[in-house]
Design a protein around this ligand. Sequence first.
Ligand SMILES: [Zn+2]
Length: 293
Amino acid sequence: MPNDAGALALSRSLGFCGGSLDRAAAFRGDVHWVATRRADPEARLIRLNGDKVRILDGRIHCEQPGEDDIIFLGLDDHGHAIFAGEETAPLPDARDLRSLAIEGQLPARDLAMLAQARSLLHWHQRHRFCANCGHQTEMRDGGYRRHCAHCTADHFPRTDPVVIIVVRNANSFLLGRQASWAKGRYSALAGFMEPGETIEEAARREVLEEAGIRVGAITYVASQPWPFPASLMLGLIGQALNRDIVIDKTELEDARWFSRAEIRLMFEERHPDGLGVPPPMAIAHKILETAIT
Ligand SMILES: [Zn+2]
């Protein structure tokens, strides 16, 4: 496991990590406080259309916030508020969040802010009605709660944890690929956690289901928000207890052991069969890098 400094350096280079806004959780439930922040001439609003945002001159395009249903993201270093709102019409000069993260042109904290905005806006779009009684709900706490006036239920934004694991057997490493991925792309095995599981149990279940490999000791490496729409990737390295792979073809097109040398060639995009790994902004890249080092 990396030491604290190592873990910090690691998370800084991952896409959507490194947010720096003060989320002001103690104040955002006060509608007057939020209204005052919104009226500040220096307050800014970021509009997203799905996972797209307008980029002008290499920066996120911001507007003055209005009165409509907008979400409070937090206060910047100067104490000015930043809000987010959904735009239903396509935005001019729009870029999608994945491409922005891969290119790495925006500051890490801006990408983290966009991830926060994207996940929250998506949640509001899909949770306008109470899951308990079916009546319409209202936004509260600057967007961190929806309240049902009919049955008094409160609903909170969700985050969906996903385990992602590189499994190691001596000097070889288990990677798989799904049929829908780019040609030649291999990555760490991953899956959503289920209720009642620990992180380790979820990772062991996923690897056994998808590749027939039993996993022993597991080490946590790092986590990464993944706003498509609201995942939290939990990056792990595990020790294999057997070597014979049995692929679940409904999940994976292929899974195999790779040598350290082969993975280095994949990092350098020099693999003789044209095989590759996810880009550096993705946690799969980071845990694989950690596993082979
Ligand atoms: Zn209700």
